[in-house]
Design a protein around this ligand. Sequence first.
Ligand SMILES: Nc1ncnc2c1ncn2[C@@H]1O[C@H](COP(=O)(O)OP(=O)(O)OP(=O)(O)O)[C@@H](O)[C@H]1O
Length: 301
Amino acid sequence: MKLAVNSVDKSFGKKKAVEQIDLSVTEGTIHGLLGSNGAGKTTLMKVLSGIYKADSGTVNYDGKNIYENPDVKSNVIFMHDIPFFFKGVTLKKMAKFYKGMYKNWSDERFIQLSAHFGIAPNKQLNQLSKGMKRQAAFILAFSARPKVMLLDEPFDGLDPIMRKQIKNIMMQDIANHGMTVVASSHNLREMEDLCDSVSIMHGGKILFHKELTDIRGTHCKLQIAFKELPEEKFFTDLNVVHQTVKGRIITCIVKGDISNLEEKVTKYNPLMYDILPLTLEEIFTYEMGELGYEISNIIVE
Ligand SMILES: Nc1ncnc2c1ncn2[C@@H]1O[C@H](COP(=O)(O)OP(=O)(O)OP(=O)(O)O)[C@@H](O)[C@H]1O
């Protein structure tokens, strides 16, 4: 399902928690919503899931508004930042509840995933550790087979192996069923290798939205060493937007047409060179720097 958010505002009293949000997420892709504490991520996620009504603006899935629309809601799952379960409730009981809410629920998948994560269906969920509660929330969410997953800080409390497993299951559902995911995080590195597009929230607004495939095709990092430092022409020729020099090694961020970079580089007879993709952090450091923002002031690592 395609998500389209138009001019969404949400305030609590005089506090504008989110302001003038426009966002569109293509079906079958993962969007990362990044921002520091208090940026407005949870509020926006709750508006996207139809828990909160926007003060103004619209949130549509395939053109249909989600708020008070059970038909759309049965395809859209929201996972809270802190998994919450009623006192004494078992995984099996929660499964029954989800089955009634989500029309694509799969019993077969529920059995398979509870065995995979080693959580018995008769386990009382409040007796689980924080990380295991998160796993239980994922078992339920994946078994619901939603068309859209809205995940608020989904990887908090999970160890690296578990994160990888969850990411793998998510990627399978995207590849096999065209599931769409919006995941919020305050950690750039966590979203590395996961997102197709990313936006950065700050002070209730989206400052920046990027398709990573576009960036990865137009930006790269070049590490290069010369006998002697090259003339200015080298940097202009290659369209270097940022460079640091450590001894003989120059690290350059190159922007623009990078398809024939190797050819251009070798003309300058370097001692050695390496062309690398940019990390998310590097992408944002340079892109947001151009907008006049210091990324370290916005994203906490
Ligand atoms: N129910 C509420 N009542 C009043 N103010 C709220 C409420 N929920 C959120 N806010 C305010 O809205 C702003 C955005 O909060 P929100 O929880 O959406 O941020 P966040 O980006 O999810 O932060 P964090 O990463 O710390 O969870 C904050 O200033 C917060 O105090």
